[in-house]
Write a protein that binds this ligand. Structure first.
Ligand code: NAD
Length: 499
């Protein structure tokens, strides 16, 4: 049995707490590794050495720091296949999905190469007589990131890239379900030239998270995960005087107008609803066709597409549409919610309950499910299922459809499919949701824009990546400097004027 490590001061280091978590191969159900769960003392020691390393890193000029990111991008590209394989082995997603996971993280590192420009600050010449005023963005010191299982490369990269480029030391606490890829990322950062101690990977569970929240040296915490934990970390971190941003769960609605291209909408729903087994915070989990006729046409197009989906292990080739969910507990939870949906009166149009895969009977595979005639009061509508289950809620009008999305407690992403510019524009302007797609089902902003949900999907006032990340990981210092002019005509210095 492989025993994983932490990454401290530039080396893989065994855990000393004596506590471990199982890391599964979701395709076979086997425990393939044990990950150490750090104690508070281990976390505190990692932070103390990060604080020492940060002093020189924070004083390193931004261009030199950017060169480390430049080298890191090359190494990520060099090791793309290895990273994707390690990621799929622990997460279960297909290799093309795993490469996408690394790629979307890599793009944020590419953006970070522009850090010298983003950290330039502001300058006002002659703000008063002989007075100049300038602001600079300085690193916070030691900052931490706590990340979820579903994007084990992308989200850690979204956090470590901007934090390190701004001159901070970074403590990463990855998900204990698929931690290996983060250890590989840390080794590549070292190879790219990052000084030891500036990036520490501390594996762990609630004990390590609480230690982060209690540690007085840590100045800021960025979290991504489920909403109950996001709200706990936000409250506790703020109470302890830290800068905190937390991104939580989602229930993303896709509205399908009667004038939409129905084939395009159905293809989009299948990709966005079932891709990565529905374990994406930007997955579409609710389809809202407007009008019964639209709903009937949509369901008719969806069913054969869903029935054709190929579910299997990542090793079965690139034509697999999605793999297993992450744990047996996740599979059981999805199964429970599906049963609740049936009990509460939803119409199960595609039934994935008896799905089985020969040779992988103990794997955490879940067949695709499609519900029709779901209503607002049902648990499958209110809850984030985080599995391959798409719910259809029939709305009679556009107003009813937009109202559904607006009233839902989550506000991560949403989409509308229509050929009508007026409707699309009205939707984008009025909807109270952070990321909006128009004929685009998963509107994930690119690295140079920022990513973040509203309502119970986002806590804190700055988003991830884009220029927001550079604001989150720095603080502004503003200097007012007076240099009274003492130059007389003829170039001689007039000391009297300096009084
Ligand atoms: P999770 O909340 O279970 O875990 C996230 C992190 O919190 C992990 O590092 C975990 O170790 C830690 N954690 C878990 N329980 C804790 C506790 N009781 N106290 C302190 N820390 C704890 O989330 P997950 O299952 O890993 O990820 C899936 C969730 O993340 C989904 O809800 C999904 O929507 C959400 N997500 C959101 C975004 C976004 O940007 N909004 C992106 C990806 C995932």
């Amino acid at each position: 049995m492989q025993e994983l490590s932490h990454f401290i001061n530039g080396n893989l280091v065994a855990g000393t707490s004596g506590r471990f978590a199982d890391v599964f191969n979701p395709a076979t159900g086997e425990v393939q590794a044990k990950v150490p769960l750090a104690s508070q003392a281990e976390l505190d020691a990692a932070v103390a050495s990060a604080a020492e390393a940060q002093v020189a890193w924070g004083a390193t000029n931004p261009q030199r720091r950017a060169r480390v990111m430049m080298a890191f991008v090359q190494l990520l590209n060099r090791d793309m296949d290895k990273l994707a394989e390690a990621l799929s082995r622990e997460h279960g997603k297909t290799i093309p999905d795993a490469k996408g996971d690394v790629q979307r993280g890599l793009e944020v590192i590419e953006f970070c190469i522009g850090a010298p420009h983003l950290l330039k600050g502001e300058f006002t010449d002659s703000a008063g007589p002989g007075i100049d005023m300038y602001s600079m963005r300085q690193p916070l010191g030691v900052v931490a990131g706590i990340t979820p299982f579903n994007f084990p490369a992308m989200i850690p990269l979204w956090k470590m890239g901007p934090a390190l480029s701004c001159g901070n030391a970074f403590i990463l606490k990855p998900s204990e379900r698929d931690p290996s890829v983060c250890l590989m990322l840390a080794e590549l950062m070292k190879e790219a030239g990052l000084p030891d101690g500036v990036l520490q990977v501390v594996n762990g569970d609630k004990e390590a998270v609480d230690a982060i929240l209690e540690n007085e040296t840590i100045q800021a915490v960025g979290f991504v995960g489920s909403t109950p934990i996001a709200s706990y970390i936000y409250a506790k971190g703020c109470e302890n005087g830290k800068r905190v941003q937390c991104f939580g769960g989602a229930k993303n609605h896709m509205i399908v107008m009667p004038d939409a291209d129905m084939d395009q909408a159905a293809d989009a729903l299948v990709g966005a609803g079932y891709g990565a087994a529905g374990e994406r915070c930007m997955a579409i989990s609710v389809a809202v066709p407007v009008g019964d006729e639209t709903a009937d046409r949509l369901i008719e197009k969806l069913v054969p597409r869903i029935e054709k989906l190929k579910v299997g292990p990542y090793t079965a080739g690139d034509d697999v549409d999605y793999g297993p969910v992450v744990t047996a507990a996740a599979k059981a939870n999805i199964g429970r919610l599906v049963e609740t949906g049936i009990e509460q009166g939803a119409d199960l149009v595609v039934d994935g309950r008896n799905f089985g895969l020969q040779g992988y009977e103990d794997g955490f595979f879940v067949g695709p499910h499609l519900f029709d005639r779901v209503t607002k009061d049902m648990d499958i509508y209110k809850t984030e299922i985080f599995g391959p289950v798409l719910s259809t809620v029939r709305a009679q009008t556009y107003e009813e459809a937009i109202g559904l999305a607006m009233d839902h407690e989550y506000g991560n992403g949403t989409a509308i499919f229509t050929r009508d510019g007026d409707t699309a524009r009205d939707f984008a302007n009025r909807i109270n949701i952070g990321m909006v797609g128009i004929n685009v089902p998963i509107p994930v902003p690119l690295a140079y824009h920022s990513f973040g949900g509203w309502k119970k999907s986002g806590f804190g006032d700055l988003n991830q990546h884009g220029t927001d990340a550079f604001k989150f990981y720095t603080r502004t210092k503003t200097v007012t400097a007076r240099w009274p002019s003492g130059i007389k005509e003829g170039g001689e210095f007039n000391f009297k004027q300096m009084d």
